[in-house]
Design a protein around this ligand. Structure first.
Ligand SMILES: [Zn+2]
Length: 271
């Protein structure tokens, strides 16, 4: 799933590959996926985009926007796979955009995802939250973090605090695993029980791990525009499950929690 590091990296790759390229055709889904959402009939995307040129690509939160010179944006979100193809011999896609240099951009979907074409006055609340989120790297972020933390309910777990309700758009169930590990906090830990030093460690870990993931072009559990995994080596993920923790050598475990998996070190992240 695309989270902030992958959104930023995809936007960077799209800018470098597709700036000023002109759309020659947009093909609708080969077979419509039940959980792929469009905000209008996908067959109509062709008329809106044909002859338009790419003028920018932006990544924010869990979204990537491809921006065209006719004022339209194609926004895709966390469950979408976006690949650049030299020849469009892909058999299945939810949308395929052909460009004037024979290359194409193919979009497919994992469990669910959205491919939205709009004129920048888009009302979806997830989109707006992603686009207006306070940057983790801004001077205002620590203040915002403590405000959200102080307003949290007693029952809120560390995982829910970080990854739900758009508190921190772009941080999802992937990024939180390493953020919590580096901060030494168990995913199920109630945030109201965190000591001052732990709150601070969590804030620092969010900023540091996000910066590292961004710098390395995303996590090794996700693929980029060319289908290549990111260079950030995840510490707590399906890739490291069952291996020794790099700090204490205890074995990394996995549990189901809140509709997803959590990976953690039972010794470094005690509840
Ligand atoms: Zn450990």
């Amino acid at each position: 799933m695309i989270e902030l590091p992958e959104a930023l990296n995809l936007a960077k790759q799209l800018r470098s590959e597709l700036m000023n390229r002109q759309v020659t055709a947009v093909m609708p889904p080969t077979k419509l996926h039940k959980f792929c959402f469009f905000n209008k009939e996908p067959a109509l995307y062709h008329n809106d985009l044909v002859n338009a040129k790419v003028v920018d690509a932006e990544g924010f939160g869990i979204y990537v926007d491809l921006v065209f010179d006719n004022g339209l944006r194609l926004s895709f979100n966390d469950g979408i796979h976006c690949r650049l193809l030299v020849d469009s011999q892909l058999e299945n896609y939810q949308l395929l955009i052909k460009f004037d240099d024979e290359r194409s951009l193919a979009f497919s979907v994992g469990m669910y995802g959205a491919l939205l074409l709009h004129d920048d006055h888009f009302g979806d609340e997830y989109y707006k939250a992603s686009r207006s989120a306070t940057s983790l790297f801004s001077d205002e972020f620590p203040k915002r973090y403590y405000e959200i933390l102080d307003a949290s309910k007693n029952s809120l777990s560390a995982k829910a605090f970080l990854a739900t309700e758009q508190r921190f758009p772009g941080i999802g169930n992937g990024m939180i695993q390493d953020i919590l590990y580096v901060a030494g906090i168990h995913p199920k830990r109630k945030v109201h029980t965190l000591a001052t030093i732990e709150k601070r460690a969590l804030l620092e870990s969010m900023i540091r791990i996000a910066a590292e993931m961004i710098e390395k072009g995303g996590r090794d559990t996700e693929k980029d525009l060319y289908g290549v995994p990111g260079s950030y080596r995840t510490k707590m993920s399906k890739n490291t499950l069952g291996s020794p923790c790099e700090k204490c050598s205890d074995i990394i475990v996995k549990e189901s929690f809140m509709g997803g998996s959590v990976y953690y070190c039972p010794s470094c992240q005690k509840i």
